[in-house]
Design a protein around this ligand. Structure first.
Ligand code: IPE
Ligand code: IPE
Ligand code: MG
Length: 235
């Protein structure tokens, strides 16, 4: 990429369009998820190569449980497979964090998630956030409850609740807000992703379906981001 291009610190990616990709090919939806998981792995590596500080992938929302049970099971099986693969590239030095309510997970998948977080927590490279059973409203309610409990127990004063302290009770604690949110598949909506953290994020929507998404598409999105003039309320 052109050396004048500024690489963002943190990109949020809504991986969408797997189902439509499969449908176009008369394949079952889970084949779209499989191809999508391969793209996820490659784009993660590319984000590392570009030198991002963090990247957040939206992999499964709190609303996605509404899908047919065989699709949900297929996604969970793929997750196990790709998390192990992702974890195999130990040399890449990623810190892996799962954003979302883990209480929905049990057994092998939950153990794997906890193990990956524990083993990677002190790493110094890019933070790879994977949003799993993630919903931004759920996250904000959870933070509110945690804070309310602390106040009730006399461990926190109401005056100490600020934008900064509130952020400490979100799954993204200690992390920079995303510079931009990228959504492929042609949909132009946020679907309950990072509502608090995107206050000043730029949005880049692309028509490509996630399983067709390439490194070149990410380059294009970053170039588009570079054309934006972020003002954060100033002049
Ligand atoms: C994104 O692709 C994957 C998940 C939400 C788990 P979709 O499965 O939503 O694909 P479309 O939107 O139906 O094409
Ligand atoms: C958002 O995609 C969630 C993920 C990509 C994990 P959806 O496909 O679930 O969103 P909607 O239903 O089109 O808004
Ligand atoms: Mg979708």
């Amino acid at each position: 990429m052109d050396s004048n291009i500024i690489i963002p610190k943190h990109i949020g990616i809504i991986m969408d369009g797997n189902g439509r990709w499969a449908k176009k090919r008369m394949l079952p939806r889970n084949m779209g998820h499989k191809k999508g998981a391969e793209v996820f792995q490659d784009i993660t590596r590319y984000c590392n190569e570009l030198g991002l500080e963090s990247v957040t992938f939206y992999a499964f929302s709190t609303e996605n449980w509404k899908r047919p049970v065989e699709e949900v099971n297929g996604i969970m099986t793929l997750l196990k497979e790709y998390l192990v693969k992702a974890f195999d590239y130990e040399k890449e030095n990623n810190r892996i964090v799962f954003l979302g309510d883990k209480s929905a997970f049990t057994g092998e998948l939950l153990e794997l998630m906890l193990d990956i977080e524990e083993k990677t927590k002190d790493r110094t490279g890019m933070t790879l956030n994977i949003a799993l059973n993630y919903g931004a409203r759920n996250e904000i309610v959870k933070a509110t409850k945690d804070i309310a409990q602390l106040v009730k127990d006399g461990k926190m004063n109401v005056e100490d609740i600020t934008e900064e302290t509130f952020s400490d009770y979100l799954y993204t604690k200690g992390q920079p807000d995303p510079d931009f949110i990228l959504r492929p598949s042609g949909e132009k909506r946020i679907s309950n992703f990072l509502l608090w953290q995107i206050a000043y994020s730029e949005f880049v929507y692309m028509d490509v379906l996630w399983p067709d998404f390439t490194r070149k598409d990410l380059d294009e999105a970053i170039i588009e981001f570079n054309k934006r003039n972020r003002r954060f309320g100033g002049v």
